[in-house]
Design a protein around this ligand. Structure first.
Ligand SMILES: Cc1cc2nc3c(=O)[nH]c(=O)nc-3n(C[C@H](O)[C@H](O)[C@H](O)COP(=O)(O)OP(=O)(O)OC[C@H]3O[C@@H](n4cnc5c(N)ncnc54)[C@H](O)[C@@H]3O)c2cc1C
Length: 471
């Protein structure tokens, strides 16, 4: 795309942050993100420090018809972005806690781990996803399913307001009373809805839960999986769990007991907002009884856990990683699901995945307090595959074997899948993310927020239109 040096200077004079064209020495650091296999290479990157910077960048792009993508952390940068303008938000780190009102307002670049220390002294918790390094805004826009969601719902259920820069560079203040359609859309509609500069979240009073991890050696994968599937059919909404088959590399980093092994990881959280520390521990342990009867785990971290340390339950890998992932939401599963899955990814199989995760939903996930654009909330479970971090496998080997897994569980697939479980959605994939009705309403909201189609979805294949989704 043809952007002159004079254009770059003009933009640089109108923002407080940095403006870097491809080739500038600081450009690689500015575009880098969590997923090193998906690093963007736009014509221009604006490192925004504030809402005015975002507005200036959007107006600049609108005048020149440049597609715009946004990146906070790069946890969701799966698709090749090779042109246009990238706005990075990692400098927008404001966090304002109102402990009396039980709300926290965060800037666009804030990651979950930065919020938690503000909350802990007040016994408050934010309903987040599994990973502390994911961006709060990015997670919320997709819905936000996390380790406590069966009890507390999704992140979108706790969003009170957004500030958004639209496709004309104007600021929209969005909540249930102002711009209700856009408020609905931003909670799950994910893409093409402007650039969020600030978000206000309602907090939960939850000083303590009972939870953590149990890891068993690979020889016990089948026993644990089968126990888990039967167990999840019996649980109250206070019990949150998932299982993950992990193939740990033989490198420093993971706990020594797990290094170089294939294991099954049970993630567990018992949440009772009215309980005492004693009752939470007793009830939390009681629910775990079927697993306490199994062979000794390699590692057991389960115990009383401050809710602000929920991220330790999944222990998602920190730092940069070459990421390939895909998944699906599921209806009810049974022992045949376990057989189908383990036939391809079991302990004795040479499966090219570092993680094969099944999460249990239902409870508050299926009973949203308010209507939002988040699709698939009535799914009962999810399946998620993370490939070995070897980019040579990303084009054919991983899609082929993941396709085999998805075919094997086809009979269990829910008709919708959340955006954050869809890997790198393109074309027809978008029709599985929302119902036809949600899709139509989102299309109308996107057209009103961004009439010129400036906001590229950032999740498109080369040569594909950056803003079109199929009807
Ligand atoms: C290790 C790991 C664990 C995860 N765990 C969970 C989980 O438990 N639950 C879950 O639901 N998801 C989970 N995810 C998915 C994650 O929530 C999404 O990838 C999310 O998009 C990441 O947001 P980000 O801002 O950190 O990433 P980025 O790559 O910076 O952003 C991804 C996308 O979010 C949107 N976005 C970000 N900031 C803005 C903004 N200010 N305005 C408008 N759009 C914006 C854009 O579409 C952007 O392309 C996980 C991902 C990883 C890598």
């Amino acid at each position: 795309m043809d952007i002159s040096d004079a254009d770059v200077d003009t933009l640089a004079r109108s923002v407080r942050g940095v403006v870097l064209a491809r080739g500038a020495s600081d450009y690689p650091g500015e575009v880098a993100g969590y997923n090193s296999a998906g690093t963007y290479s736009p014509d221009l990157v604006v490192g925004a420090t504030c809402e005015d910077d975002v507005r200036a960048a959007v107006r600049f792009a609108a005048e020149r018809d440049l597609p715009v993508v946004v990146q906070a952390t790069g946890h969701g940068n799966y698709a090749p972005v090779r042109d246009g303008l990238l706005i990075t938000t990692h400098r927008m780190q404001d966090i304002t806690l109102d402990a009396d009102a039980r709300t926290v307002t965060v800037g666009a670049g804030v990651q979950w781990h930065a919020i938690q220390p503000h909350l802990e002294p007040h016994g408050l918790a934010a309903v987040s996803g599994s990973s502390p390094s994911v961006g709060a805004v990015g997670l919320a826009l997709g819905g936000g399913l996390g380790p406590l969601s069966r009890t507390l719902g999704c992140t979108v259920d706790h969003v009170e307001a957004f500030r958004v820069v639209d496709g004309t560079g104007a600021v929209r203040i969005v909540d249930a009373d102002h711009e209700p359609d856009l408020f609905w859309a931003l909670r799950g509609g994910k893409v093409g809805l402007g650039i969020v500069t600030e978000m206000r979240l309602r907090l939960v009073h939850l000083p303590l839960l009972h939870g953590g991890s149990l890891y068993w050696d690979g020889q016990h994968i089948e026993t644990v999986y089968r126990t888990w599937v039967d167990w999840t059919a019996t649980l109250p909404d206070s019990v949150n769990s998932s299982v993950n088959i992990i193939r740990f590399p033989d490198v420093d980093g993971p706990p020594p007991q797990l290094r170089g092994r294939t294991v099954i990881h049970l993630r567990y959280a018992f949440v009772d907002t009215d309980g005492t520390p004693e009752s939470i521990q007793a009830d939390g342990e009681a629910h775990l009884a079927p697993f306490r009867a199994l062979p000794e785990p390699l590692l057991d971290t389960i115990g009383p856990l401050p809710a602000t340390q929920t991220a330790t339950i999944h222990s998602d890998p920190p730092g940069q990683l070459d990421v390939w992932e895909n998944g699906t939401f599921l209806d009810a599963i049974d022992q045949d699901y376990v057989t189908a899955l383990l036939d391809i990814v079991g302990n004795d199989k040479d499966a090219p995945f570092i993680a094969v995760e099944t999460r249990h939903f239902g409870g508050a996930v299926a009973r949203p307090a308010t209507d939002s654009a988040m699709g698939g909330r009535d799914a009962a479970y999810s399946l998620f595959l993370i490939g070995a971090p070897v980019p040579e496998l990303f084009d054919t080997v991983l899609p082929t074997i993941a396709g085999r897994v998805l075919d094997a569980v086809e009979g269990y697939r829910h008709h919708l899948t959340n955006y954050h479980w869809a890997g790198h959605p393109t074309g027809e994939d978008f029709t599985r993310l929302w119902t036809a009705e949600q899709h139509e309403r989102l299309r109308a909201v996107r057209a009103s927020v961004d009439p010129a189609g400036l906001f590229a979805f950032g999740q498109v294949a080369p040569g594909e239109s950056t803003t079109e989704v199929p009807a």
